[in-house]
Write a protein that binds this ligand. Structure first.
Ligand SMILES: *Cc1c(COP(=O)(O)O)cnc(C)c1O
Length: 359
């Protein structure tokens, strides 16, 4: 069986060395030493000043919306994982969908301005598949209209924009360290912000608003992560260069093997140093995408319709016309891509796809 992705696992011995320390200290959660150590190592690795390790990438978005005090409408993309939209609704705001660019698959910046109303408080954009948005253009628009910017950078571990970590941009960037992501801590995520004030607010919010044992600073929630999750993050961070390298090599192999397949690739945004987190392919039409999916499934190979359906079709949002996102989401598949995927398996996948398209 070849799934669309497999979590990276370090040698179990590496994880066990951290477990001994946890047992010695008897300190399992509540921002313990391993959480602290992971935050320090991530800051060093990413060259980033402020970040907080949290429970998952969804609560990271919710914290960002709350910490920025967003109200009313938030302009967002219909082509993302459902958590991007559901977090907006969960926080009592209204998602306003702006269609995507058919080449980069990210929010189409040229259509943002016409969607801004007096009720708009922010732009929440996803860097889809690890390919950054046109960050400069979005930031300039936000400045002009006095809007906050949140980037859902769940796919962006290892991605850069203009030479710096993609996490560094926006009023807040969020990411996910879920097992299926390129870098993971089983479950987990992080919030990033250049502002020391926003960081402080996020830190209170992560821990119920606690300001000492019997004092509170504002409303909070429980977004803390455990020592066990931090330990997995620390193990995996030691392997990150090899994970990034193999993703790139496998992607280039796919490029080579699939040259004769009639597909369109996502265009990488100018200024973006791509992390090769996913391998999306866009077919000519939905019928061909489904035919190829079925052909692979007959060999126990499971690509994923990612992202499908377009989020503007959710039944708890106001309907918006997003024809490009609707169309692309029907024609796109993410092919299997993970650390241990072999060249032989990639060749088999390519053979099946080419045959399915021909006959
Ligand atoms: C995975 C993902 C999330 C949610 O992260 P979790 O850690 O699973 O909560 C949010 N947005 C995008 C784009 C994602 O891919």
């Amino acid at each position: 069986m070849i799934p669309v992705t497999k979590p990276f696992l370090p040698d179990s011995k590496e994880y066990e060395t951290y477990l001994e320390g946890i047992w010695q200290r008897n300190w399992l959660t509540n921002n313990g030493p391993l959480v602290n150590e992971l935050e320090i190592q991530l800051k060093e690795y990413l060259y980033i000043r402020h970040l907080l390790f949290v429970t998952n990438g969804t609560i990271a978005i919710q914290l960002a919306i709350k910490a920025l005090g967003l109200k009313g409408q938030i302009i967002t993309t219909p082509f993302s994982y459902v958590a991007t939209t559901s977090s907006i609704v969960w926080e009592g705001c209204e998602p306003v969908f702006v269609d995507i660019d058919p080449k980069t698959l990210n929010i189409d910046v040229s259509q943002i301005e016409q969607a801004i109303t007096p009720d708009t408080s922010a732009i929440l954009a996803t860097h889809v598949f690890g390919n950054t948005c046109d960050i400069d253009a979005i930031d300039a628009l936000a400045k002009k209209h006095n809007l906050k910017v949140i980037y859902d950078a769940a796919h962006c571990f290892g991605t850069t924009y203009k030479g710096k970590s993609a996490f560094q941009y926006g009023d807040v960037s969020t990411t996910s360290f879920h097992s299926t992501k390129l870098f993971h801590s089983i479950e987990g995520g992080a919030v990033f912000t250049p502002s020391a004030d926003i960081l402080k607010r996020l830190a209170y919010m992560r821990n119920f608003g606690h300001d000492g044992p019997d004092k509170f600073n504002g409303v909070g929630i429980n977004a803390k992560n455990s020592e066990f999750h931090a330990a997995m993050g620390l193990c995996n961070l030691k392997h990150i260069e090899s994970i990034l390298k193999s993703r790139k090599e496998q992607s280039l192999i796919y490029n080579d093997l699939l040259q004769d397949l009639e597909i369109q690739h996502m265009e990488i945004q100018k200024g973006c140093g791509f992390n090769y987190a996913y391998y999306p392919v866009i077919f000519h039409d939905e019928a061909m995408a489904l035919k190829c999916k079925k052909a692979l499934e007959a060999f126990e190979i499971f690509p994923r319709r990612y992202f499908y359906p377009s989020l503007s079709s959710l039944d708890y949002v106001k309907p918006y016309a997003t024809p490009v996102s609707d169309d692309v989401s029907k024609r796109i598949l993410c092919l299997p891509l993970y650390h241990t995927l072999s060249q032989e398996e990639q060749k088999m996948i390519a053979r099946i796809l080419l045959r399915a398209q021909k006959y």
